[in-house]
Design a protein around this ligand. Sequence first.
Ligand code: HAM
Length: 417
Amino acid sequence: MFQAPKGTRDILPPESDRWQALVALFADVFGRAGYGLVQSPMFEDIGVFQRLGEGTEVVRKEMYDFFDKGDRHLALRPEGTAPVVRAFNQHRPTVPWKVWYLTPCFRYEEPQAGRFRQHHQVGAEAIGSPDPDLDVEVIALQHDFYQALGLSKLSLRLNSMGSPGDRQAYAERLAGWLAQQVRELDEADRANATDHPLRVLDSKRERTVTAIADAPLITDHLSDEAAVHFERVQAGLNALGVDYEIDPRLVRGLDYYTHSTWEFAAGALTSAQNAVGGGGRYDGLAESLGGKATPGVGFGAGIERILLAADAEGALADTSGAVDVFVVDVTGGDAGRDLTFELRRNGISADRAFDARSMKAQMKVADRSGARLALLVGEDELESGIVTVRDLRSGGDQTALPRTQVINDVAQRLAKE
Ligand code: HAM
């Protein structure tokens, strides 16, 4: 028997009900702010993702790449931003282009709690404006989305990587500093010290963390332009009541960031994988993908981790996809089939039992279904043209109604809820 591949999961009901509720909330929060849904292919020319940076684990070690039958070198998307920027370059929509997405992401990582080889993100990108208020908008909407889900134990870390020039100058300064300390670093981080110094800041290895305690900080080396941008972002978050903490060591795992970077962590998650979403500005990405220089800002949030955090906080608990009405027919199935569809076609959620089972067996299924009402059709009902309506939540109160009045009656009862 086959199993799902290592590092992947099947998402089945009722977990998928919570999944849908989460996505609906996301679509609502971002839809009301003028963001439209974007869907783009699950795979791209590998070059699209190589621009995420030679220094990133995602590019160096984790890409699911392959050659198709036409010998094209393609890769499954490890993240959602580069494909959106590729689509932006290709279609040149009017700016700011504000979009959201729901996407699986594929990374060949070592699976552990909260880390998968296929995970899923909801995310948003706003492309075409350097205005720091757009950073604020995106961060505050992400914050409001978590709030709407009922998550309260989140913390937000914020940093600025400065302008592309600042970032470059800081990387060189850091590399110079690290060159003096290289023996103090964890062995696994030493190779990065010269080629990819920012990655060293990202290291969770204890020895490295201790060794870099006094490393120069990017926030001490921002250009005036970048400092003004960063201050405007902070002022906006303060005004909108979004709490954050500045963390000059937050560099994040992708190389395209300039100016704002941020990450939300779930206090309720004890595992190392407690980041429930992160993002930043990427003013050089469009150009590096062959388009016109165009600024952009956005974030991605991992659905699996958000649901783990929601579990830990008891949030998003009541999202049962239970139908309102369950139809029980022991007269051969015609009445059940027709009544169920009449309900559905009148906008009432309804389900039924199959396989012509006994009244007792069908009632058991009705009880388990979580439906509020059961409609019963037995031989007596069929003969007299009636249907028995049983209230499954109030100890089984019953009323017999003419078949022709049932839909109206059910609609009225449900409206009273
Ligand atoms: P990222 O930080 O690599 O950023 O991923 C975003 C979120 O996806 C993480 O905070 C986490 O919740 C989730 N995630 C990442 N990897 C895994 C995994 N292996 N298993 C489970 N969940 C995971 C990006 O992907 C950027 N595209 C975000 C962005 C958008 N920046 C600008 N715009």
